[in-house]
Design a protein around this ligand. Structure first.
Ligand code: ADP
Length: 626
């Protein structure tokens, strides 16, 4: 029987995740029964330590990428957006309200504050938010400078004083964004999301009424009118995004354009940190983007949440978040390969019986716990030697000497370091086919993992030369598996500030998707709708599926953005492509020259869905639909 996948939750939460995973047949990690690293998914509300990224095994996933504080901390976001605005222009990066980090920017803020109002006689309002707090805590809105009082680092931001209202109530949109990878940037946005309402009518003459100006659920669910029916809003303070779509239909607006502009905000925000986030293919992260829409249907980015709340406060939460978590797990693309965790531990248990009944003196047994943190070079078919991968090695229990770790089978040409056994050195850069007559390779129909039958028992396949010399190798992975213990991170403290960016220091830090995919993430028997682009097989590049459940791939969205996000990130090119799509949607232009330009290239198969509308159309079709 197939073994279960194991999830580990830090601090017992979130309950919803536990519920969804248990329903799917996962097991919860139990520290009394399991070793510290015996899990497939480790979920934390807070940041992981550097060592936790450093020590990942191929079947393990974490729910945070390293170093994303650049967008999830209010002051870092302000700084990064300012930098992007300076580089790529304020027209492109015009989606976040002007902001200042105080006390540092106080003089600049004063200069801005004293400028005449751009709205004529309408005054300018400001909102002050503590940098280190969330859920609306410590926030206030002000008009006069005497009202700006703070005793901790804050950001002061222009208050969007003309929000779109529904029955007189302010709202914002919680957009769920999954970054599957930063190298190359791969982004999905969920079709469902939440609309979060203030529970008292919007009124600029009462700036200190937080129930009228803030849309945080944590505040509004405590308000006196939470349970009262509020016109079209109804009871409570949340809608699903589907309900909001219905509302949009009732207005005569270009709905596709609004969704695309929100999509642009997500992409452009992620681009601010994409090149500084260390690559970690075993991380998949869910962000919550808070977007405010004004009366001109312009969306504004308010903030990016690091660990969006997964609590269930109302029916809208239940219908949105449960599916969201299910789809997120699907996006993590666990396959049978990931059950290697269990197999590896079992191998540990029976290795003496199975392979090494009488270990000879001087021959060492590999130990799983030493599987991490070491590296060796692996070369796959068609890969140039310069592209060879770094993989964890295995130290021997007895000598601590590096022997070998994964033995990958199939079409990989081995490129392992020499192995020393009983004084003899074997060059393991050899053909990987197991030729030992006592072993028969079998292919697990689900995991496509090559294993050997040896003495009637199944155990991971052994490289022939190692077999001949009675050297056990602890586990096997299928030929599509490409993993790497890739980060050279030594710090044990908060990852957001401590992880060194090795690429900035000029170290080689691979970017290409061939090198950084999660093990088997787009391959194997359960390959999702992944498609290939490129004319000849040699040109084929696999691209992520267009959708996984209700997660729609929003980046890359065409061949040009795929290319611009590989190797060196070309933000200018990506911006140009985004603007082109937005321009076409804004003008309601039908598929014309621009679309055909894509079709004329070798990228016929590369299409994307337009995120946002119900039944999202293909990008290549949507211009005809408008
Ligand atoms: P927190 O992390 O404390 O939730 P936010 O930046 O999300 O901080 O702000 C909380 C709420 O305040 C938002 O949900 C929104 O309703 C309101 N708000 C924040 N910034 C602005 C702004 N610039 N203009 C208008 N409303 C804002």
């Amino acid at each position: 029987m197939a073994s279960s996948l194991v999830f580990r939750l830090h601090d017992r939460g979130p309950e919803l995740l536990r519920e969804v995973l248990l329903e799917r047949g996962w097991e919860e990690y139990d520290e009394r029964k399991q070793e510290g690293e015996d899990w497939n998914l480790y979920w934390r509300g807070s940041a992981f330590h550097g060592s936790e990224y450093h020590n990942l095994l191929p079947w393990q996933r974490l729910n945070h990428h390293p170093k994303t504080a650049g967008i999830t901390r209010k002051d870092c976001l302000v700084r990064n957006l300012r930098r992007m605005r300076a580089t790529f222009g304020s027209t492109l990066y015009d989606f976040s309200p002007t902001a200042f980090i105080l006390p540092n920017d106080y003089t600049c803020f004063l200069a801005e504050f004293n400028k005449p109002s751009p709205y004529g006689r309408r005054p300018v309002y400001w909102i002050c938010k503590p940098v280190n707090l969330s859920r609306g805590r410590g926030i206030f809105i002000f008009k006069g400078i005497k009202d700006l009082v703070y005793d901790c680092p804050v950001i002061v931001q222009r208050y969007i004083s003309n929000p779109l209202l529904i029955s007189g109530y302010k709202f914002d949109l919680r957009i769920y964004v999954c970054v599957k990878s930063f190298h190359p940037l791969t982004v999905y946005i969920h079709q469902e999301g939440l609309v979060r309402f203030a529970t008292e009518k919007y009124d600029l003459s009462s700036l200190d009424n937080l129930y009228a100006h803030l849309t945080n659920t944590s505040i509004n669910k405590l308000g006196p009118f939470y349970k009262t029916p509020k016109g079209r809003v109804g009871q409570g303070c949340k809608w699903t995004m589907s309900k909001f779509r219905h509302f949009l239909h009732s207005l005569d607006i270009n709905e596709l354009l609004l969704w695309q502009r929100i999509n642009n905000i997500v992409t452009l925000t992620l681009l601010t940190i994409a090149s500084s986030v260390p690559s970690c293919p075993n991380c998949v992260e869910l962000f919550g983007f808070d977007i405010l829409v004004d009366t001109k249907f312009k969306p504004w980015l308010l903030e990016v949440n690091y660990s969006p709340a997964l609590t269930l406060d109302c029916q809208a939460d239940v219908s949105v978040k449960k599916e969201l978590i299910g789809n997120l797990i699907d996006l993590m693309n666990y396959t049978s390969i990931d059950r290697l965790r269990d197999r590896a531990y079992q191998t540990q248990k029976y290795k003496h019986l199975c392979v090494h009944p009488n270990p000879s003196p001087g021959v060492s047994i590999p130990v799983l716990s030493h599987l991490k943190g070491q590296t060796f070079q692996r070369k796959s078919n068609g890969m140039k030697s310069s592209q060879s991968q770094t993989l964890p090695l295995l130290k021997t229990a007895k000598t601590g000497q590096i022997q070998s770790k994964h033995v990958f089978t199939g079409n990989y040409q081995r490129h392992l370091p020499p192995v020393q056994t009983r004084g003899r050195t074997f060059n393991t850069a050899a053909d990987t086919t197991c030729t030992d007559r006592t072993s028969t390779q079998i292919l697990d129909p689900h995991s496509r993992t090559n294993v050997s039958r040896l003495n009637g028992q199944t155990c991971p396949v052994l490289a022939s030369r190692l077999m001949e010399n009675s050297l056990q190798v602890s586990e096997a992975a299928n030929k599509d598996t490409e993993t790497e213990a890739e980060m050279n991170l030594s710090e044990e403290t908060d990852i957001s500030s401590q992880i060194p960016d090795t690429r900035q220091r000029g170290q080689r830090f691979p970017h290409s998707p061939e090198r950084w995919r999660l093990p088997n993430i787009y391959s194997g028997s359960r390959r999702p709708d992944g498609i290939r682009v490129g004319g000849s097989p040699a040109q084929h590049r696999e691209i992520p599926p267009v959708r996984v459940g209700n997660f729609i791939r929003t980046f890359p969205f065409n061949a040009a953005t795929l290319k611009a996000s590989q190797h060196k990130l070309d933000v200018a090119k990506i911006a140009q492509e985004l603007q082109q799509v937005t321009g076409l949607l804004a003008s309601g232009q039908s598929a014309g020259k621009n679309c055909r330009r894509e079709k004329d290239t070798d990228d016929d198969d590369f299409d994307s869905l337009l995120w946002g509308p119900k039944d999202p159309p293909l990008l290549s079709q949507c211009f005809r639909l408008t």
